[in-house]
Design a binder for this molecule. Structure first.
Ligand SMILES: *[C@@H]1O[C@H](CO)[C@@H](O)[C@H](O)[C@H]1NC(C)=O
Ligand SMILES: *[C@@H]1O[C@H](CO)[C@@H](O)[C@H](O)[C@H]1NC(C)=O
Ligand SMILES: *[C@@H]1O[C@H](CO)[C@@H](O)[C@H](O)[C@H]1NC(C)=O
Ligand SMILES: *[C@@H]1O[C@H](CO)[C@@H](O)[C@H](O)[C@H]1NC(C)=O
Length: 430
């Protein structure tokens, strides 16, 4: 993800030739980084007020570590949240709404998925939130430290294993409740939405339908142009204000030249109220990059508190700050005012901590380095991010360095499909 942590190699230019603008700018693009998913946000901000809003019971279920072999491996405890308040039960075939847990603590998703809670009473439905393995409280090998030790212990962290967990859990639960006749409907957002769609495909006998929200199941291999994601994010800003888009687009250049000045990094650290002095411009550009990407992901029309406490239409608010800064403000001051909406909406942050986890072995980085290879480029004309062409070899090398693992960029499309092909079977006339 844009914010993450896989370190970026800054090419030191030693030739007398001036580097072209574009190659300077693409140094600012987090090319080695996994695609922008929730990753380091998978440790939710605690939101005690929400916990009172939704009621559920927390339970645990023993799962095989590997659904696809018969090795005698240790089992692990999968956490799931359950609410049966409105369920009309097996006699009336009350449906079961199953939210496919994604890359984070399941309580975080449960308290931020109001839709499922809102509609369950109308359908007399049971609500289930099973947690994704290797996240939250569902750790194999007894602890996060052990589970995330190396490529061997992490090798059971896959979408296929997670789907099998959901399938085994729901089958067992239905049996316990004599609810085999109750239909299961899947829900999910983002990676959880991908899981919902894929589960419906792979386990059609278990779920009668899936509602997959913001689920980029086509962001693989060569299915959509790699520029798609950053174009969508950029257009969300352009739609609010083209001068806001232009200011952000021009800011990378301003950032680079500021950073090259004597005392430039010190000055940047001051302008952006950072707790620690910058050691490179990259850290700051990653931080800005992820703010814009996350803002687009949570650009809800109402105030929310999913990734950060934010006002409704947060991109509009960011652009208001960027455009409405005092007339003599520099580009970078405007940018600072803008991203403060994302990082400091409550006004309670003393200074900004860019990255506390420089080589974070977080689960999404592992998933991105194995199955979830999502090519991402940034178009020099249509994107407000630094221009960048997807570089698979650089990505693969980053994965080998960080996890000693080689990605399989074709696996997801092989396993779940995605390419739409037209076949014509012509009769053979001999
Ligand atoms: C990973 O750690 C486990 C437990 O310490 C060890 O048995 C295994 O050999 C290690 N694997 C690799 C690839 O280092
Ligand atoms: C079903 O019941 C068994 C026996 O009590 C229990 O071990 C298991 O955890 C239950 N299944 C679920 C999904 O809670
Ligand atoms: C956060 O906002 C408050 C209130 O506007 C301000 O006093 C504080 O300096 C801001 N923090 C940072 C890190 O900019
Ligand atoms: C970007 O815009 C320029 C000038 O309008 C054009 O010549 C160039 O082909 C465009 N590049 C891409 C990648 O679209």
């Amino acid at each position: 993800m844009a914010s993450s942590s896989v370190s970026f190699i800054i090419i030191i230019i030693t030739t007398v030739l001036l580097p072209s603008l574009s190659s300077q700018l693409s140094d600012l693009f987090p090319s080695n980084n996994p695609p922008p998913f929730l990753g380091k946000h998978s440790h939710p901000i605690k939101q005690p007020n929400h916990h009172q809003q939704y009621h559920y019971e927390t339970r645990y279920f023993s799962q095989p570590l590997d659904h696809f072999s018969f090795l005698d491996l240790p089992r692990f405890r999968q956490r799931y949240l359950i609410n049966t308040e409105h369920w009309v039960g097996p006699s009336r075939s009350g449906p079961i709404f199953l939210y496919c847990g994604n890359e984070g603590d399941i309580e975080w998703f449960a308290v931020n998925t109001g839709f499922v809670w809102d509609i369950a009473p109308r359908f007399g439905a049971m609500i289930l939130f099973p947690e994704h393995r290797y996240y939250g409280d569902s750790m194999p090998f007894g602890s996060k430290e052990e589970a995330y030790r190396n490529a061997t212990t992490l090798s059971y962290l896959t979408a296929e294993q997670a789907l099998a967990d959901f399938a085994v859990l729901i089958t067992n639960l239905k049996k316990n409740l004599s609810a085999e006749g109750c239909p299961v409907v899947l829900f999910g957002g983002s990676y959880g939405g991908m899981l919902a769609a894929w589960m419906r495909l792979k386990y059609p006998h278990i779920a009668i339908g899936a509602l997959a929200s913001s689920a980029p199941i086509l962001q693989f291999e060569d299915i959509v142009p790699p520029e798609t994601f950053y174009n969508i994010v950029s257009n969300s800003f352009k739609r609010e204000s083209s001068s806001c888009f232009d200011t952000i687009k021009n800011s990378w250049n301003a950032l680079t030249s500021e950073g090259q000045k004597e005392d430039g990094l010190k000055q940047l650290s001051k302008t952006f109220h950072l707790c620690q002095e910058l050691t490179s411009v990259q850290g700051l550009s990653d931080w800005l990059n992820s703010a814009y990407s996350y803002l687009a992901m949570v650009n809800y029309p109402y105030p929310s508190n999913f990734l950060m406490p934010l006002p409704g239409h947060p991109i509009r608010e960011v652009c208001k700050k960027i455009d409405g800064s005092p007339a003599r403000s520099s580009i970078l001051e405007r940018i600072f005012n803008g991203v403060s909406v994302y990082y400091n909406y409550t006004g309670e942050v003393d200074c900004f901590q860019l990255d506390d986890d420089p080589h974070g072995m977080d689960g999404w980085n592992w998933q991105a380095c194995t199955e979830m290879v999502m090519p991402m480029s940034s178009d020099r004309n249509t994107s407000m991010f630094p221009a960048y062409d997807w570089d698979y070899s650089a990505f693969r090398e980053g994965c080998q360095e960080d996890f000693q693992v080689t990605p399989r960029p074709r696996w997801i499309t092989t396993e779940f499909g995605g390419h739409v092909r037209q076949y014509n079977m012509l009769p053979y006339v001999g």
